[in-house]
Design a protein around this ligand. Structure first.
Ligand code: NAD
Ligand code: ZN
Ligand code: ZN
Length: 354
């Protein structure tokens, strides 16, 4: 039995890098040797005990790697191919997938939410030397030779999610878009809004380093919610309200601010993960007759999504590498969690090399 190193969750505030059994690729699966991964805000929720996963699970869901083994039935790939795998791994065959809801793939025959998020949630994840990829035929996206691991690692989750905020919001050429929160997800949503043709992108945050990064990535106006009345400022900048407001934090306050920033008939595109009850403010909701659209999105995955995102980067439509501010080895991942979790030293995203 061969061994490998992996970052294993043992309970609240308890993760350890340890030796675990190296998996073998079964039918329909692939084993990849992970060459780069990262830590997501959602991993912090797991480590802090705010999102339940079972003890003993290897966490992480953003893998870049090289194919080490191909299981029976996986065709068109070779051992040694460099691949990116999305955080969400749809099967491409179930009721949800074949209804076009790939992220909701899986359990309950497509009825329960989050089914497509498996890595580091319901199966072992990417913060390890090797990773078993389920439904490999639908999920291995070959990386173009000209792209480095760092150029693609953020596409697996935060870029796919952030861009989807703009896509689900139906941003049109000439739209004014506001994005509440400029963490990694919100920054990618801002970049996505520009890609979709927004003529004005307003980013809101209260962290100077993040507002600075927002400007660097192309946000037109970066508003500090600690200093200005954001809703009033947005109404003024947009001549009456944004066409699309993207929520990228997951709180009542930002959800409500999104709604209040919209013009009548505008779209609220929500990406945040909320806890507890979310309430609808009667006035901002125009008593239910404001023609608002409210949409929510789970990170799109699958090899075709990853291929498209890699084309975006390859053809220089977007560059997310400035978001990778810190680098660690897998052995140092405890320190990486500390720096990322406590937002020390201006950290945005960390790159982890097994
Ligand atoms: N929909 C999905 O598929 C998906 C995928 C990944 C993450 N998420 C969720 O997206 C959210 C954002 O993730 P992240 O990694 O960017 O988070 P993050 O914690 O790194 O960033 C949050 C940002 O919000 C800012 N902020 C705090 N209060 C604010 C306020 N009142 N107004 C404006 N900004 C404020 C903070 O300064 C910070 O920059 C989280 O809820 C996360 O769980 C969703
Ligand atoms: Zn994530
Ligand atoms: Zn499916």
């Amino acid at each position: 039995m061969e061994k490998m190193k992996a970052c294993v969750f043992h309970g609240k505030d308890e993760i350890r890098v340890e030796e675990v059994e190296r998996p073998r690729a079964g039918a329909g699966e692939a084993l990849i040797r992970v060459t780069l991964t990262t830590i997501c805000g959602t991993d912090l929720h797991i480590v802090r005990g705010e999102y339940p996963v079972k003890p003993g699970l290897t966490i992480g869901h953003e893998p870049v790697g090289v194919i080490e083994e191909l299981g029976a039935g996986v065709t068109g790939y070779n051992i040694g191919d460099r691949v990116l795998v999305g955080a969400i791994t749809p099967c491409g065959q179930c009721r949800a997938c074949l209804s076009g809801q790939l992220s909701q793939c899986g359990h309950g025959a497509g009825y329960e939410a989050l089914g497509g998020w498996r890595f580091g949630n319901t199966i072992n994840g990417a913060q390890a030397e090797y990773l078993l990829v389920p439904n490999a035929q639908a999920n291995l996206a070959r990386i173009p030779d000209e792209l480095t691991d760092e150029q693609v690692v953020l596409l697996a989750d935060i870029a796919s999610t952030g861009f989807s905020g703009a896509e689900s919001g139906g941003v049109k050429i000439g739209d004014a878009v506001v994005v509440f929160a400029q963490g990694p997800i919100g920054l990618c949503a801002s970049v996505g809004a520009r890609l979709m043709g927004a003529s004005l992108v307003i980013g809101v945050d209260g962290d100077a380093a993040r507002l600075e990064m927002a400007r660097r990535l192309g946000v037109d106006v970066a508003l500090d919610y600690r200093e200005v009345d954001t809703v009033a400022e947005i109404k003024q900048l947009t001549g009456g309200g944004a066409d699309v407001a993207i929520e990228a934090l997951g709180t009542q306050e930002t959800f409500e601010n999104c709604l209040r920033s919209l013009r009548p008939g505008g779209t609220l595109s929500s990406l945040g993960v909320y806890s507890g009850k979310l309430q609808m403010p009667y006035d901002a909701f125009a008593a239910g007759i404001g023609d608002y659209r409210i949409t929510t999105t789970l990170c799109p995955g699958g090899k075709e999504r990853m291929r498209r995102l890699m084309e975006v980067v390859k053809n220089k439509r977007a560059d997310l590498t400035p978001l990778i501010t810190h680098r660690f080895t897998l052995d140092e991942i405890g320190e990486a969690y500390r720096v990322f979790g406590e937002r020390l030293d201006g950290v945005m995203k960390v790159a982890i090399t097994p």
